[in-house]
Design a protein around this ligand. Sequence first.
Ligand SMILES: Cc1cc2nc3c(=O)[nH]c(=O)nc-3n(C[C@H](O)[C@H](O)[C@H](O)COP(=O)(O)O)c2cc1C
Length: 375
Amino acid sequence: DAKLQHMLSDLAASVMDDLELRRTAFRLRENEISLRENEISLRETLREKSELLVAVNKLTTSVIITNPRLPDNPIIFANQGFTELTGFALSEILGRNCRMLQGSQTDPLVAREMRQAVAEQRSFSGVLVNYRKDGTPFLNEIMINPVLDDEGELSSFVGLGQDVTQREQSRLLLEHRVEERTADLAHSQIEILQRLARAAEFRDDETGQHTQRVARTAALVASALGMPEETVTLIYQAAPLHDVGKIAISDLILLKPGKLTEEEFETMKTHAEIGAALLSHGHSEVMRIAERIAGTHHERWDGRGYPEQLVGEQIPIEGRILAVADVFDALTHERPYKEAWSIPEALQEITNQSGRHFDPKVVAAFLTLAHEELL
Ligand SMILES: Cc1cc2nc3c(=O)[nH]c(=O)nc-3n(C[C@H](O)[C@H](O)[C@H](O)COP(=O)(O)O)c2cc1C
């Protein structure tokens, strides 16, 4: 019995051993399978990575990677696009900072923006002058992006670059042409306005000197009032049209040598409305100013002018300026019905009319002008 028991326990032990062995063999096989799988996936990753590397390397766009953990953030990778773009060999640029591409024509402001972006680990994009190895400059369109590791720490920067010299040159040329055409257009518009003014003044002021002097004085006053330079120019361009409505007034009235009857004077007064109507609904600023000037240059600060009896600041500022310039010029020049006044006499009259006929602010600005400017 004891022997049988011994044999049985031996048998049980050997069965257990066998089982354990089988288990171990099974585990080993499982491990082997997973190892093989790992190896396959590693090979796969490696293949993908090397394909990616080949693709990036072959890109015509310049790609570089810098390592900000090393002193002065040097280049640690550059593709063929970079070596072709810059003419530098890898051995000449690896380990160096990209600022080696900059030179005398590089805009320091753009370089500063880049420095700030890099220091603050931000993205950057911009265009700046870089130099090839042979010294030729080109416009480099650069995009810089920070790359963070799994812990969110900055590990590298990737920089893309491309030569946009041609593109920028065509763009500049196009911009220049558009500017030229726009200037041409504005110029021809002003020219047409001037010719319209000439047509109106031809009958009573063949030389057009009155309108030119009034325009100049109006611009000087506008400038003395502190108006922006563009507005001053617009007033100068629009002012010659202040009497354009006279185009519609009969010669019998316009050129009458003596004093006008009351009825004739009423007809004469319509030139303001007619002028405004002629210039109404303009699209350009100069036309709108011309309309206001033509329509309101006979209004008076005290509300006793025409055609609308506007009072004070109801009258557009351009009309208030023209009123002073127009009256001053009429006073200081001979008319069929009057002698020319001296400048001091005319200035005295303008001063007397401050707050009556004229806006006191405009008169004050007018009085700051030197006498020579008013001739
Ligand atoms: C990834 C990366 C790419 C860069 N590529 C260029 C480049 O192509 N041309 C360039 O002039 N500067 C490039 N820079 C910018 C310079 O390396 C440097 O940051 C810049 O000149 C401002 O710093 P600094 O004032 O110290 O020179 C790049 C920067 C980084 C981080």
